[in-house]
Design a protein around this ligand. Structure first.
Ligand SMILES: Cc1ncc(COP(=O)(O)O)c(C=O)c1O
Length: 506
């Protein structure tokens, strides 16, 4: 690793919010007495967490002590990034995160901190409303209606009814209930490798998860990802839109033959876990036509990709064309800039069918005045700081740099994206486009050592995914691409040396 701060000093940057904190702006607290590596962590010594050093403020605890306590207290299925050498983050601002030693990391992946980590306007809105009132939505409050009104201004007119919740999973679960209630059908068509949330209902419609569990339920149907790079129908296909949509039509026909009925087609507007995929424009229109003909609805999961991330539009489904409008849209992650907030937007007809059961929909925290104040502040910042235009400008620049890099490094097979949603597909060979999984993992680890946080997605875990806070700027883009260029050159040289050694020894 570089000495602390070395890379950070090259990284004093200015984003759309003005001054960004430089490397010296965060001073970690004094080191904890006795926290040196020579002392066994509390957990390893078998102390109970509320005793002894566990009472220390978290920032004072060493990274190893925190890790030991986490291993002792937190379920092992809750995974860490870089599990072999995890990072302890104690502070963040804009597109930067800081570890317990004040080292600055460039965050290329956190799409939740949408307008920038700890944005002062968002923090202020939360603080001010917290001092006044926070209660459930059974009382009249202006924040709720103001927020619903502001969101409605970003959406097509027909999506005019709103429900507020606390997480993307809750939003998708409600969307599923609504679709079933409205259509009186049960079945769902999803895209392969999709992830829609952690609730039981959503694991069932997430091939990314259920493939490793009990498998596919009889009411779930899986369609191919409309991936024109590595999918069934590629860029050289004469009409990949129709070919992929016909597959959905075929799935519906097969389901009907078994006496099953489709409630919904459920898809991320841009499949992210599926590998940062950009479906060809017109695909959703054709799918919606088949699904609606079968009495189902189209649910667009915008939990990762909404709120202007794609630059050109506020919602990623709008990339398909103005003639496409989903029946239900789900929102989460970036909506609250880190505060637990989520939303379902739908049509009057679907909302009325959902209400027709007479059963109240009550969500204790959903739509409370603090959450709505935060949601409003996020929308204000997106507007005030022109973050959509910024995402287009920086995203185009980042993709241009990667496309240039592709001509130099054959491991880069494809560069795709829109705004600040970008995938760089690493391959082993041009002919088969075999995912370069191990190389991608190695690169991510090396980048972390350079204080750049990036991760991979896709079934082959070979697609570098860029979803940074929207204040990520041109200098950040240049730094990341220059660093990746240097690391790839290094990897190529290592490979060459290995090949030479093995040739000499034979
Ligand atoms: C596309 C998509 N939908 C839904 C969810 C679930 O959101 P949450 O983790 O807020 O419940 C996620 C979370 O990663 C997601 O990526």
């Amino acid at each position: 690793m570089d000495p602390p701060g070395t890379r950070a000093q090259r990284c004093r940057l200015h984003g759309p919010q003005g001054e960004r904190p430089g490397p010296g702006s965060f001073r970690p607290g004094p080191p904890c007495v006795g926290s040196s590596s020579g002392t066994a962590p509390a957990a390893r010594r078998g102390e109970r967490p509320h005793e002894g050093r566990a009472a220390m403020r978290p920032a004072q605890r060493s990274r190893h002590e925190t890790l030991a306590l986490r291993q002792q207290l937190i379920g092992s299925s809750c995974k860490l990034f870089f599990s072999h050498d995890p990072v302890k983050i104690v502070k963040a601002k804009g597109q930067y995160m800081y570890d317990e030693n004040g080292r600055q990391y460039l965050d290329c992946i956190n799409n939740v901190a949408h307008v920038g980590h700890c944005h002062p306007d968002v923090v202020k809105a939360a603080h001010e409303q917290n001092q006044l009132l926070n209660t459930n939505s059974r009382y009249l409050h202006d924040n709720l209606v103001d927020y619903a009104k502001r969101l409605s201004e970003t959406l097509p007119e027909k999506l005019c009814t709103f429900y507020f919740l606390n997480s993307g999973s809750e939003a998708n679960d409600l969307a599923l209930r609504m679709a079933r209630q409205y259509t009186k059908h049960e079945d769902v068509i999803v895209l392969d490798h999709a992830y829609h949330g952690h609730l039981t209902s959503l694991i069932d419609i997430s091939p990314y998860k259920f493939q490793n569990l009990e498998g596919q339920k009889e009411w779930v149907h899986v369609a191919s990802v409309p991936d024109t790079y590595r999918g069934l129908y590629r860029e050289d296909h004469e009409d990949s839109v129709t070919a992929y949509a016909n597959e959905v039509e075929n799935i519906i026909e097969q389901a009907h033959k078994k006496g099953r009925k489709i409630a919904a087609f459920f898809a991320e507007s841009l499949p992210s876990v599926g590998g940062q995929i950009i479906p060809p424009a017109g695909y959703f229109q054709k799918v919606a036509e088949h699904v609606r003909k079968a009495g189902g609805v189209f649910i667009a999961d915008e939990i990762q990709v909404g709120f202007g991330r794609v630059g050109k539009h506020f919602w990623a489904f709008q990339l398909q064309g103005e003639d496409f409008i989903p029946d239900i849209v789900t929102m989460g992650k970036p909506i609250g800039n880190g505060h637990p907030l989520a939303c379902v937007a739908t049509t009057k007809q679907i909302a009325e069918a959902f209400a027709a059961t007479g059963v109240e929909y009550f969500n204790t925290f959903g739509g409370n005045p603090v959450s709505c104040a935060i949601g409003l502040a996020v929308l204000d910042v997106i507007e005030k700081e022109h973050l959509q235009a910024h995402a287009t400008e920086v995203g185009n620049f980042l993709m241009k740099l990667f496309k240039e890099l592709k001509t130099k490094h054959p491991i880069i097979g494809d560069v795709r994206g829109s705004g600040l949603f970008i995938g760089v597909d690493l391959i082993k060979d041009q002919a088969e486009r075999t995912p370069a999984t191990a190389e991608a993992e190695y690169l991510i680890t090396r980048l972390k050592e350079e204080y750049i946080l990036l991760s991979t997605d896709g079934p082959g875990r070979n697609v570098l995914k860029f979803k940074p806070p929207m204040c990520f700027n041109m200098e950040d883009a240049k730094l990341v691409v220059d660093t990746i260029d240097r690391l790839l050159t290094d990897m190529e040289e290592q490979r060459l040396n290995q090949d030479k050694t093995s040739t000499c020894s034979t």
